[in-house]
Design a protein around this ligand. Structure first.
Ligand SMILES: Cc1ncc(COP(=O)(O)O)c(C=O)c1O
Length: 446
């Protein structure tokens, strides 16, 4: 237990009382090495959650560390807010990043958090309407169960009712639709079933009136459940939105920057959304860095606004040169020959190792996902998914056995660094297997 009178850091979202009661100062992290972190008590943990899903290149990525050190020597701070002296390295980074995004998205805004950028995307869509005289278009449509961060607009976009209730009042021009049915399209229908794929969205757009909807925001893989939208669902969504003059924002904060063995899912599928949000792996977690890539027509309409005020959104540290230095070094690694193919292959290995090692465990179902964005399905003996509470308690048992993992409803997300080794994949599967067996024997009756 931690003495509340001596602990002054206040963490995001978790109830602090529970944290203080269940933790001890020996657990504070003091070191990182490869895919492992080390706590004050000297315990090593395999970090199969990459901190907050962002430390994609592990803790020993020398080229990124060296780039930040170099930049510290040259220009340790700077901004792209308000003034006409952007850091050179930030300008270079924007050009380098744009070259690896879908060709229609050439304008990059930088930020520090994913939440900041999802809010910026929704606000930019609305602001664009102001410039084009479509001021009735205010509604942003998101998906139930999605996650787009926290903040008055980001929380409103996030499709979790409990967060809405506990953070109200929020932006009141957001609406949620059911995710397109998982069996609505498996990419094999050759595009004949557009209707099924976009029906939930079309119903809401019809109800509101298309002239009142400005944008739709969607995650290619829903982080909360690790359900991937099919290619055809994403293509149909974009086609439908184009037809109705609605912007498409693809939130690739989790899926982008290598996590699913691609720079972006949008790029891999040759999608042409109006905006893409990136974060997490962009700097491999070595510096707060996020980005919003924007298509020409939106940028062009805003370049010369009627009053001397561009899109009124941004923060002091946007475009920070240390972030840009980290981002450039990460980009170089991700785009080196064979790196992303290697991530795909290692992801397959991890999946196979998990399925082999856990084959006899009646509580283990399939492994969802691809690349290093995997989810282990946990089932009771009657086939129903484990509750969030059981997955959460399994997470704590894994931690006690030296393995850090995330938790979700019925599924254990596994997002280790992209650079995890073959031996570490085996370590992950072995510890997980032992922990599930022990947990089930002690706590589960079915
Ligand atoms: C898909 C998605 N969007 C947005 C966010 C918010 O990012 P941040 O936590 O950096 O604000 C997250 C964070 O987990 C995310 O997964």
């Amino acid at each position: 237990m931690i003495d509340p009178s001596t602990y002054h850091a206040w963490h995001g979202i978790v109830p602090m009382g529970e944290f203080l009661a269940e933790s001890d100062p020996g657990m504070f992290l003091v070191g990182g090495e490869g895919s492992h972190v080390i706590d004050r008590a000297g315990r090593r943990y395999l970090d199969a959650r990459s901190s907050m899903w962002n430390v994609t290149l592990g803790y020993s990525c020398e080229p990124v560390k060296a780039a930040i050190r170099r930049q510290l020597g040259d220009l340790p701070s700077g901004t792209v807010m308000r003034y006409e002296h952007p850091p050179q390295i930030t300008v270079d980074y924007a050009a380098a990043l744009a070259a690896w995004l879908p060709p229609t998205l050439r304008h990059i805004r930088f930020g520090n958090t994913g939440s900041q950028m999802t809010e910026a995307a929704a606000m930019l869509s609305r602001f664009h309407r102001r410039m084009t005289g479509e001021t009735g278009r205010e509604y942003v449509v998101a998906v139930h169960g999605s996650y787009h961060g926290t903040g008055p607009l980001a929380t409103a976009l996030t499709g979790e009712q409990i967060l809405h209730e506990w953070s109200a009042p929020l932006d009141d021009r957001t609406v949620h639709v059911a995710a397109a049915p998982a069996d609505g399209c498996d990419d094999s229908c050759g595009g004949r079933r557009d209707d099924d794929c976009v029906r939930p969205l079309a119903e809401v757009v019809d109800r509101l009136g298309p002239q009142r909807v400005t944008a739709v925001i969607v995650e290619p893989v829903m982080g909360n459940y690790l359900h991937a939208a099919s290619t055809h669902q994403l293509e149909s969504l974009i086609r439908y939105c184009r037809g109705h003059g609605v912007h498409v924002i693809v939130d690739e904060v989790t899926t982008g920057a290598g996590r699913v063995a691609a720079m972006t899912v949008s790029g891999r599928l040759a999608l042409e959304p109006d905006m893409i949000v990136l974060g997490k792996g962009l700097s491999a977690g070595y510096f707060p860095l996020t980005a919003l890539a924007v298509a020409d027509p939106i940028f062009d309409a805003l370049a010369t606004p009627p009053v001397r005020l561009g899109f009124p959104n941004g923060s002091t540290t946007d475009g920070h040169p240390l972030g840009a230095a980290a981002g450039l070094a990460v980009l170089e690694i991700l785009t080196a020959d064979g790196f992303l193919d290697g991530v795909r292959e290692r992801g397959r290995q991890l999946r196979d190792t998990l399925l082999d090692t856990l084959a006899d465990d009646p509580h283990v179902g399939d492994v969802r996902g691809e690349g290093m964005l995997l989810g282990l399905e946990l089932r009771y003996r009657d086939g129903t998914p484990w509750t969030l509470r059981d997955v959460y308690r399994l997470r704590l048992a894994c931690r006690d056995n030296g393995l850090l993992v995330s938790y979700a409803d019925g599924v254990m997300p596994l997002l280790p660094p992209l650079t995890i080794s073959v031996d570490e994949c085996a370590e992950l599967a072995t510890v997980l297997g032992k922990t599930i067996t022990a947990y089930a024997a002690e706590h589960l009756t079915s």
